[in-house]
Design a binder for this molecule. Sequence first.
Ligand code: PRP
Length: 173
Amino acid sequence: MSKLEILIPADKIAERVQELGRQINEDYKGKSVHLVCVLKGAYAFLADLARTLEVPTSMDFLAVSSYGKDTTTSGEVQLTKDLDSGLERKEVLIVEDIADTGLTLRYLYNMLKARNPASLKVAAFLVKPARRQVEVPLDYVGFEIPDRFVVGYGLDFDQKYRHLPHVAVLDGE
Ligand code: PRP
């Protein structure tokens, strides 16, 4: 039987997302921001973060799947859904749910940088410093968490638990 233990309660998440939103509003003052949501995990963070923004905001979505990220450092990531529009002259902010090894974000950062945005930054809701294999620029971070398997607030196990309003540690799966 699997057991869920709350790691970050919903009210703490809401508070932190508001703080990040304030910081982004400040940093992008006089500009606009183009949010790039990394499906599926980042959907909840994107939805909440976007609703804190007061600067002109647009958004687009992409999806990736990674292969063998537990056993290799090759960083092989496959783009399974690309953005609908180009990034030239846009102030782009990648919105991710978690930087674990960092391989996915490194792949995305390099890929999107090559599309000539005016600027490129990264917002990651969670980071697991203990698992990091490659350095990636993390401009906005929600929470640093220990090396535990977490679900909720967009994160899944076998496509389950994404809907939870909090982040929980999953034991026993
Ligand atoms: C998760 C997460 C990140 C990536 C982070 O995606 O959403 O994209 O793994 O891991 P890394 O830093 O080790 O590369 P997943 O493949 O589980 O897809 P999902 O977002 O659809 O759940």
